[in-house]
Design a protein. Structure first.
Length: 323
């Protein structure tokens, strides 16, 4: 599903969840971002009708309980709403790993612009006289992730299919270099955000860690200027940068713990504190960091520092989520 269409569907769901009244198609068109504006032409009307019919059908196919009806006997046309009682899920219990995944998705939601657009739709509905129940609506507080100030402009450029220009400093660069990129999307990989796209100067796919972007990226040119390759896997492109190189990792484990880890480790003997020293080999140190973090205080990484820092980062994030 295209990014713009996905955002429009999310905005529509949030707007219809926030009211008890049935909202007409005309009011949805005027308040929910992403629909063809009413310019008085027949072409615009037909474009909106086709888009709205597709959206209704898709929501119903996904199981969203979209109701059709009229709020009052005096209404002259049908409207739409989503019954919150039918839409809400029962209480869900998550494991630690599942909670970490949800937390990562939440960072994307809080950073992206769609939250602001959805909130704007609720404000417009209320201003138009529709009874919006703030206790029923989903609380939205869009904010930019302070750790990645480049996220929002990069995400917006990828969503709108606009060329992106920015300064980028690699670890071995003295000064940042200018990059011109067709952004295909942003992806989280082992706790970091990456931009993936076509580097126009090198005419090849490249990934850029957002923490290395200097200043504010600038979108240039018209929207919908390009299309990403069909079936492109952003995570696979980013993961490719770690493939092939073997890493040695040394950890200390409490006696009798980390049984699964010991099956593919080489024992290096005991420490003065009667802990077991283990050596592990991996082609994906960040995936190993995920496994090590699952053992909590039973396992401590001696070296390399990048794996130790990755484990600490994961444990810190999980502790913050459970606080």
């Amino acid at each position: 599903m295209a990014a713009k269409r996905a955002e429009r569907l999310v905005n529509l769901v949030i707007a219809l969840l926030g009211t008890r009244q049935y909202v007409t198609a005309a009011r949805i068109r005027a308040t929910v971002p992403g629909y063809e504006p009413d310019d008085g032409t027949e072409r615009a009307d037909e474009a909106f009708k086709r888009m709205f019919e597709r959206d209704k059908a898709e929501l119903r196919e996904m199981g969203v309980p979209l109701e059709t009806g009229r709020t009052s006997v005096f209404d002259t046309e049908d409207g739409y709403r989503i019954a919150r009682a039918d839409y809400e899920l029962p209480e869900i219990t998550l494991t630690g790993e599942e909670a970490a995944a949800v937390g990562l998705a939440l960072r994307l939601w809080e950073s992206a612009q769609l939250a602001g657009a959805a909130h704007s739709a609720l404000v417009k509905l209320k201003a138009a006289g529709v009874d919006v129940d703030t206790n029923r609506s989903i609380p939205l507080q869009p904010r930019l992730d302070a750790g990645e100030p480049a996220f929002e402009p990069v995400y917006a450029a990828a969503r709108d299919r606009r060329q992106l220009e920015f300064d980028y400093r690699r670890p071995d660069d003295v000064e940042p270099g200018r990059r011109r990129v067709q952004p295909w999307g942003v992806v989280a990989w082992h706790g970091r955000w990456y931009l993936v796209g076509l580097d126009l100067d090198r005419q090849a796919p490249r990934q850029f860690r957002l923490s290395r972007v200097v200043g504010t990226p600038k979108a240039v040119g018209a929207a919908d200027a390009f299309e990403p390759p069909e079936g492109v896997d952003l995570a696979e492109i980013v993961a490719g940068q770690d493939s092939g190189e073997e890493h040695l990792v040394v950890v200390r484990a409490r006696p009798g713990t980390a049984i699964g880890l010991r099956r593919h480790a080489v024992s290096l003997g005991a420490t003065d504190e009667d802990e077991d020293r283990l050596e592990l080999r991996t082609n994906d140190p960040y995936r190993l960091a995920d496994e090590l973090a699952a053992y909590g205080p039973d396992v401590v990484v001696e070296h390399p520092a990048e794996v130790r820092d990755a484990v600490i980062e994961r444990l810190t994030r999980l502790a913050a989520m459970s606080a």
